[in-house]
Ligand binder design. Structure first.
Ligand code: KIV
Ligand code: ZN
Length: 379
């Protein structure tokens, strides 16, 4: 009951992030890394979007060893057929189809009456089920949909054969309390809800994607849709590494299990940065360059005495070999000595005093002190 399915959409929603498009080989490389890391579902693309996307989804379906391969499609038969063909070679395949359910989207985007949307859900899900028994249905703009209509739409999708029901916070508008309430409402009101897995999909427009994700899971969702480094439309999606490390670090309060090998986090985050040319900001949680770096003398001293003083998780747990002591003007003697030892210079008391004075002088003039600068001080 407490196993959460990790559904990675780096190659689909993530790729919709400006500047983050990937070519065929890059997508295959990312898919292999995601599979190795243990994600349960890889959403490999949107097959109808372009021949390139179709071919990448198909190649990922052919080569992936463990994960379920999903493709996204709208409700049109041609979309669903393209998706079915692209994921067909996978050992385990999923068709993920979606339609908007909020009053705003139905009126202005779809230009459809709610009853017609219900009919379309029934038809598209049933059609997708002809190709696979693993069909996910998403209520686009689900968090801004009316409860009565959303409950009816979800019941219809499950009746037509959907096995996963995803309620996206498409525009990143929800607060954790409202988002959780949507899941509670569905669990209480939809008679066939026990026949499907509920899923969260949160965007980060208000910086709440991870908080909303965890709130949805606490309310009963058991699939998390997320991306590496949190890339995705506009402000991005919930970051896989943040969600997974929150669950691992606070497991007494978030008692869920998953299949992710967290020691692969740093490697995959850097691979994605290298592929897209978009690296994360230095203070990004978990994978930012400063996430395990301690600069102030007080913090450095504490971490050297006992890492738990200022670290809630170990660098090794995300695949970093050691904590990174950043040496700057706030650093103390203890950290400076330690850093010099790492750089191969075990300084005696006098040499240490002399080098430390020179270092403080340099740090007053220079913002960043590199390893080379430190070595130059003592050579
Ligand atoms: O944000 C969203 O609504 C989506 C759906 C297409 C799943 O990405
Ligand atoms: Zn999305």
């Amino acid at each position: 009951m407490d196993r959460v399915i990790i559904f990675d959409t780096t190659l689909r929603d993530g790729e919709q992030s400006p500047g983050c498009s990937m070519n065929h080989d890059e997508k295959l490389r990312m898919a292999a890394l995601l599979d190795e890391m243990g994600v349960d579902v890889i959403e490999a693309g949107f097959p109808i979007a372009s021949p390139g996307d179709f071919n990448s989804v198909k190649a990922i379906a052919e080569s992936t060893k463990n994960a379920i391969i999903a493709g996204l499609c709208r409700t049109k038969k041609g979309d669903i057929e393209a998706c079915a063909q692209a994921v067909a070679p996978a050992k385990r395949r999923r068709i993920h189809t979606f339609v908007s359910t909020s009053p705003l989207h139905m009126k202005h985007k779809l230009n459809m009456q709610p009853d017609d949307v219900i009919a379309m859900i029934a038809e598209s899900v049933a059609f997708a089920r002809q190709f696979t028994d693993d069909v996910e249905w998403s209520a686009e703009d689900g968090s801004r949909s009316e409860d009565d209509f959303l409950a009816r739409a979800v019941e219809t999708a499950i009746k037509a054969g959907a096995t996963t029901i995803n309620i996206p916070d498409t525009v990143g508008y929800a607060l954790p309390t409202d988002y959780a309430a949507k899941f509670t409402m569905l669990l209480n009101r939809v008679p066939n809800i026990d026949k499907a897995v509920l899923s969260v999909h949160c965007h980060n427009d208000l910086g709440l994607a991870v908080a909303n994700t965890l709130a949805g899971v606490a309310a009963g969702a058991r699939q998390i849709e997320c991306t590496i480094n949190g890339i995705g439309e506009r402000a991005g999606n919930a970051a896989l590494e943040e969600v997974v490390m929150a669950i691992r670090t606070r497991n007494a309060d978030l008692p869920y299990t998953n299949n992710i090998d967290t020691t692969k986090i740093t490697g995959i985050s850097r691979a994605l940065g290298e592929i897209t040319g978009v690296s994360v900001q230095p203070n990004k949680a978990i994978v930012g360059a400063n996430a395990f770096a301690h600069e102030s003398g007080i913090h450095q001293d504490g971490v050297l005495k006992n890492p738990q003083t200022y670290e809630i998780m170990t660098p090794e747990s995300i695949g970093l070999s050691k904590n990174d002591l950043v040496i700057g003007k706030h650093s103390g003697r203890h950290a400076f000595k330690k850093k010099m030892e790492v750089l191969g210079h075990d300084l005696g008391d006098n040499a240490l005093e002399e080098a430390f004075a020179k270092f403080k002088n340099l740090a007053d003039r220079q913002k960043k002190i590199s390893d080379e600068d430190l070595i130059a001080l003592v050579s």
